[in-house]
Design a protein around this ligand. Sequence first.
Ligand SMILES: O=C(O)C1=C[C@@H](OP(=O)(O)O)[C@@H](O)[C@H](O)C1
Ligand SMILES: C=C(OP(=O)(O)O)C(=O)O
Length: 409
Amino acid sequence: MNLKISHPTKFLFGKVELPASKSISNRLLIIQRLCKQSFEILNLSEANDTRLLQDILSEDRNVVDAQDAGTTFRFLTAYYAMTEGEKILTGSEQMKKRPIGVLVDALRELGADISYMGEEGYPPIAIRGSKLKGGEISIDGSISSQYISALLLIAPSLSVGLSLHLKGKVASTPYIKMTLKLMNKLGISYLWKGNVITIPSQPYKPLTVIVEPDWSAASYFFSFAALASSSELTLMGLNKESIQGDRIVANLFEQFGVKVSYLKKGIKLRKEIVENPLLQFDNDFNDYPDMVQSFIPIVAASGLPAVFSGVKSLRIKETNRVEALKIEMKKFGIEIIELDEDRIELKEQALKESKEPIATYNDHRMAMSLASMALTQDYIEIHNAEVVNKSFPNFWENLDRIGFKIEEM
Ligand SMILES: O=C(O)C1=C[C@@H](OP(=O)(O)O)[C@@H](O)[C@H](O)C1
Ligand SMILES: C=C(OP(=O)(O)O)C(=O)O
């Protein structure tokens, strides 16, 4: 599906219904399987990544396709390793390029039987599951926090629990905290001291849980609010007390004139004049890498020089996001320079008019973040716009509600 997107007035007004967090949903689905008593999950995400995990867990197939869902693949790797049965776990062509070796090595140290069916260190993998004892191991935390979350989720169900030493500069730490907070809500006690997380063997305790709306999805509406001539948007259901690290966008977008007020039913975004405008935007995204794409359009449109650090992991997500951003922003006259493996730079530069279609690289965040460019142009075209289904199936409907004109081409 290719879309032509414009916003005739550039005045944004209305209510936005955000999807439930796919990260929280996928953790809860695994915990639900590990908990001996049943419990209810309310407001479970309808994102493809979550539906997929739910379907996979409800069937008994030997060959399991996690498609392009990172958490689904990583959480299932750990879950199948400690559950009796044989599984082949595979995924999309891009998933086969996303490393899994760090998690496989850690699980092997705990006694798991996992072998590679193609390239060493990458999906697909064959898992012969068995009861795992647990123990004390080290793990490189610099590639993906999902390996750590996957191990933590199964830790209470291992016969001696788990002591995990985190090595290197840990990526996406708020996602590790999210995992532990959810586990704690479901009865698990843990100790995180220095770089060691210890979880004794213990049972999960059932509790009805409500999944929060997704702050990562909310970031695109912050971007719209910042780029519009005037905006007043209500993002339903969000609140300050979220366990999602991506809630940081509420602070970061303030620098671009987006004022947040917290209401009972959600949050309100208003565009205001910035008293002390930024001269440069330098920010470390290591804790919230999915937010890099959300800030590219506003930085490009404001012409600010910027350095985004903590971007290393972007190369191994749904696509190589650094490469994809470079190519797509070039269409608008914006050059993104790779300073080194972990940093990109945008020099002071002017945005140009472009009618060239935007490609999305099978990456939901390319589509959702670059939709903002419609507010800087007469119209834009986005190709394969259905990629948003990975995390936000109603994304385009929400845009329609706040005054965007969306036409299928
Ligand atoms: O645990 C999670 O739910 C996630 C962790 C992050 O991945 P990395 O830890 O690989 O950076 C993030 O990018 C992803 O969208 C969701
Ligand atoms: C990287 C992402 O997801 P995952 O790693 O779970 O595929 C994402 O949603 O941006």
